[in-house]
Design a protein around this ligand. Sequence first.
Ligand code: MG
Length: 480
Amino acid sequence: MVLPHSPFLFALAVGFLLSLQNARGQETGNAPALRPPNIILILVDDLGYGDLGCYGASKQATPNIDRLAAEGARLTDFYVSAPVCSPSRAAFLTGCYHKRIGVNHVFWPVSKTGLNPNEVTIAEILRARGYATRYFGKWHLGDQKVFLPTRQGFDHNLGIPYSHDMGSMVRVKKESGRLNPLHMRVVPVLRDEKVEELVKDVGPLMSVYEQELIEFIGASGEQPFFAMLAQHAVHLPNEPSKSYRGISQNGDYGDWLHELDDSVGRILAALEESGLDRQTLVLLTSDNGPAKKNNGTAAPLRGTKHTTWEGGVRVPFVARWPGTIPPGQVRREIVACMDLLPTLAAISGGSLSSVPGTIDGVNVAPLLLGTQLDAPPRQTFAYYQRTKLMAVRHGRWKLHLKAPDGRENVLFDLQADVAETTDLAADYPAVVRQLLDIAGPVRLDLGDGRKKGIGVRSLGHAAKLRPLFQATSHPSQEDE
Ligand code: MG
């Protein structure tokens, strides 16, 4: 579960990757230069496991994302740390279970807490390696200045610091110049650390982010870049453009996903036109499962966002790097969002020496690059919801310590029963004991409920609380 910070092992991983890259280049007669690849990480919001064509969807078409998978790798067992936004995003960026770094709940506007600035993010590791770094879209790791993307390794930021359903009420002037007595619910679009505008609808931002990302790609020159594009789609409320309404068989949700897929297609086209597609690793995934009230699906998995059924935390993940990742791979090993940090560090030749403590990610680069492995890089996954350890997985087995339906010690064979229908605990008591033995040290390290783990670090706290803009009221900080 824990990656040793051994410089020797790390150098070995980088050497392995570079030799593989060379070997692949020679095979194809088109050797990529020995420079770290550009990296584009596209994070879709609340996208379900079964919502892409390459994962079996039929209600909306996603040909461009399907092409990413066909030309690269598709993972069947990719997990996020938590079934909600902020904890999952914190885990993606830091290589740690959200529980380790104290991000157990979603952040609301004007929150005094956020991802601790002392945590080291993927962006900080890549920037130290010489990358230009950009953030586009929803952040959701704290809206106070000290928590913004620009304080976590991103050179520049354009986007909204939280979910677009967390708008604040402001008075707005009608065209006549009179104040609208009904007010309006808005969210702030930040350019770096300043509010550029307040918007009622986030739909138009999809193409704004796309355009600025394409400009960034075009201007990158010799410097490698890392861009994180965290689109607002397909989180409620759905806001597809007018021209996409009715295009899918799945309401506004499918329409918006179709629009997002087209946007991905234009980004891929821009990479190809710039001659950078063979030097660019493109990753696309989701922060958690589909919302119960929306039209997404986790099929064939059970459950939705907010649950630790597979459908809440197992999400699509595709990776494309032409000439380096062999096309058409489907990998069934367990991979988690915490694995991205050590993996991208290894791929870029970046250093983990600045990471302040233990991380939970393992380097899965050999797996992504198509190597057949004697043993999977990750054997176990711990399912946390907020602060509670809900389940553990080891290999094919998953034990719900407490299932979302309230049952305890429920055992599923995920290889034979991916929909978690048949409890096998009574048939396999030794497996139950084995998984309880795995849960013990996890609980000691990361904690469980009120019991604080010995390996847990603290959440960030802002010294002063300043709203980003004047509002008549901010949404209440309900616990989502
Ligand atoms: Mg989400």
